[in-house]
Design a protein around this ligand. Structure first.
Ligand code: ADE
Length: 232
């Protein structure tokens, strides 16, 4: 029996989804509120993790241990690292990694967590394919790409930092949770996908663009997530 865990870091990333659910149980663990119920006829658990890698990993582990979710979806916004991705467009993960992990001195790849045997955390191929197909149906006015999501405990808002990330990673967007959700999913053998709508370009304009566009961008990602849940 499928049960889909859906994580958004912020309230505005989950509020539309919450309104689309029939909630049968609400519980709190680790100061996070978990809404259990159905979307259409699909069992789901929706939660706001809070911002950053540790919050997101704890949240994903609770979804694995307590709710026994069979799939994980992370919906939200991100800064674009790819000039083809404009504000409002969507990036669906093929893989995720940390832009702020560096054990390269011992021969590991940039972002690689030692001793796991993988350089990045691969998203579930079927979920990614399906998400892109659905995105073109539900959000026909925007572009949707598949690619590499990089995460770190930093809001990227300057040319220098953006270029430093791009010098190490062929990445499409930067955010603050996806890699730790991918990491937790990898450790627990749970198929996952990260869906991120672009709220800013992670450059010198990001601090102005982000508050202007986050709500509309989050809505694009939520709309896709809703349809993906019913199609899995
Ligand atoms: N989420 C949205 N925009 C972001 C950025 N520029 N850096 C990190 N996380 C983000």
């Amino acid at each position: 029996m499928k049960k889909i865990g859906i994580i958004g870091a912020m309230e505005l990333e989950i509020e539309e989804l919450k309104n689309s659910m029939i909630i049968t149980k609400t519980e709190t663990y680790a100061k996070m509120t978990f809404y259990e119920g159905t979307m259409g006829d699909v069992p789901v658990v929706l939660v706001r993790s809070g911002i950053g890698k540790v919050n997101a990993a704890i949240c994903a582990q609770i979804l694995a241990d307590i709710y026994k979710v069979t799939h994980l979806i992370n919906t939200g916004v991100a800064g674009s690292l790819n000039s083809k991705l404009d504000i409002g467009d969507i990036l669906v993960s093929t893989e995720v990694t940390y832009h702020d992990v560096d054990v390269t001195i011992f021969g590991y790849a940039p972002g690689e967590v030692p001793q796991l045997g993988v350089k990045t955390f691969p998203a579930d191929e079927k979920m990614s394919e399906l998400a892109v197909t659905i995105c073109n149906e539900v959000n026909p006015d925007i572009k949707c790409f598949k690619g590499l999501v990089v995460s770190g405990d930093q809001f990227i808002s300057g040319k220098e930092k953006k270029e430093a990330i791009l010098s190490l990673f062929n990445a499409d967007c930067a955010e603050m949770e996806g890699a730790s959700i991918g990491h937790t999913s990898f450790l627990n053998n749970i198929p996952f996908v990260i869906i991120r709508a672009i709220s800013d370009k992670a450059d010198d304009s990001a601090s102005v663009d982000y508050p202007t566009f986050e709500k509309a961008a989050a809505a694009h990602s939520a709309k896709l997530t809703l349809k993906l849940v019913s199609s899995l």
